[in-house]
Design a protein around this ligand. Structure first.
Ligand code: AMP
Ligand code: GLY
Length: 424
């Protein structure tokens, strides 16, 4: 079978690498892919958001299964377009992708179906939003309704900050039309947990939980990034909390989407906060997280393609999906200056890692003289071990296999998790 993966970051590297090892995979195409993926797949220079280009390519290359992972093509209806060509596809329809592409849609869904989340109001004019801020008690959280490269959320400690956030989104249109409407919600506190899950629209199978590290600097400081590192499993996500999430959040969400006439199939990502009143949904994503996917998938013991096809075929309840009880840690190596301005095209020195560690390419390009940097998040160093402490130490130790000018990493990936484990 020929398989096509849409996207070109570390997440797609992790997914494509695993699919490339499947004996049923005859030819693997990644659109557009990145330098590192050329080692095990054919990278095709078509952008993930070029729906016509992707569909034309797919029809000409006898694609037996497609995996669509980035948010924008899903929000634009890539999965619907591929299914219309009779190409089975892992990824939600455009209507189901609204769970991520409209924060107002997902907030209304949670309110209607009693799924625990932060209280919020949605506002569709600058005047009404400013008036609301004026009468509200800080702290509060201002969110763009639409997609904003993960940067559309402002935690505001004062009314002044909230007003500035509203103006940035609604007046200055920092993220264009995504800021036409905003959500202003109550500020929640507690450890955050990411749970990626497989779903066929009826059954939900959560993967191992994980913890992302979003800010660029140690200790939660600096601007938010796409993610500077991940550990899995997340020690705050106990068995009791997992059971509560299944009953009060995961199953109700999938049922709600079905009732609304837009069943969700693919990977549904639950961004949760464990508050003193129990777990609450901070956000949904309609896809695998990056860098969560490439951290969690090495722990998957059963077949990835089988799980993905079951999501499309509606027989996930009959498919075995199992994860090992080992731990994984991912340290992201970024270009100096990221998430602000950074240089590209810098030479990368790369040595093969030890057994149990994988170096994932996220933003690299292959040239005649070797790999060069081509993005903000350049490489991920991912180690698997029996304990979290070993996985973290090994991943940091193995970062010495890589170097490029200006290379940056957070030094405290896993610290919050390990402190919590040690305090138990
Ligand atoms: P999101 O893009 O919705 O995941 O938000 C980015 C980050 O903002 C989350 O990972 C949280 O750390 C934080 N955040 C979002 N909503 C809230 C909230 N209601 N209360 C506190 N923090 C929040
Ligand atoms: N790492 C967070 C995300 O993929 O949205």
């Amino acid at each position: 079978m020929n398989i096509m993966v849409i996207g070109g970051g570390g997440r797609e590297y992790g997914i494509a690498k695993k699919l490339s090892e499947d004996p049923r995979c005859e030819k693997l195409y990644v659109l557009p892919g990145n330098g590192g993926m050329e080692e095990f797949a054919e990278c095709v220079n078509i952008r993930a958001t070029d729906l016509d280009g992707v569909c034309e390519f797919a029809s000409k290359h006898d694609i037996g299964f497609a995996v669509v992972t980035p948010d924008d093509p899903l929000a634009m209806g890539m999965a619907d377009r591929l299914r219309a060509l009779h190409i089975p596809c892992f990824g939600p329809s455009k209507a189901a992708a609204r769970i991520e592409s409209s924060k107002i849609f997902s907030k209304k869904l949670m309110e209607k179906y009693g799924i625990p989340t932060a209280r919020a109001v949605s506002l569709d004019s600058l005047e009404s939003a400013l008036e609301y801020v004026n009468g509200a008690e800080p702290p509060m959280v201002v969110k763009a309704d639409g997609l904003a490269l993960g940067k559309g959320v402002f935690i505001c400690r004062t009314k002044c900050e909230a007003e500035a956030a509203v103006r940035e989104l609604m007046e200055n249109r920092l993220f264009g039309e995504s800021g036409a409407r905003v959500l202003i919600e109550e500020f929640l506190e507690g450890p955050e947990v990411s749970v990626l899950s497989f779903t066929d629209g009826k059954t939900v199978v959560p993967m191992v939980s994980s913890m992302d590290h979003k800010t660029v600097f140690e200790g939660g400081k600096g601007p938010n990034t796409g993610g500077m590192g991940v550990i899995a499993p997340n020690p705050f996500y106990t068995e009791r909390i997992a059971a509560e999430c299944m009953e009060r959040i995961f199953i109700p969400t999938v049922r709600a989407m079905e009732k609304e006439g837009c069943p969700f199939t693919g990977c549904l990502y639950f961004g949760l906060m464990i508050t003193k009143d129990g777990p609450k949904v901070i956000e949904y994503n309609c896809r695998f997280g990056d860098p969560e996917a490439q951290t969690v998938l090495p722990l998957m013991e059963t077949n990835l393609l089988d799980a993905m096809r079951a999501c499309e075929n509606g027989d996930l309840d009959k498919t075995s999906v199992r994860f090992s009880d080992k731990c994984a840690a991912n340290v992201v190596l970024t270009s100096g200056g990221y998430p602000g301005k950074y240089e590209k095209g810098l030479p990368i020195e790369l040595k093969a890692p030890d057994k149990g560690t994988m170096i994932v390419h996220a933003g690299t390009k292959r040239t005649a003289n070797g790999y060069v940097t081509a993005g903000g998040r350049v490489l991920n160093v991912i180690s698997v071990a029996d304990t979290l402490s070993e996985a973290v130490s090994k991943a940091y130790e193995q970062t010495s296999r890589v170097s490029f000018p200006g290379m940056f990493m957070r030094r405290d990936i896993g610290k919050t998790a390990l402190d919590h484990i040690n305090a138990r």
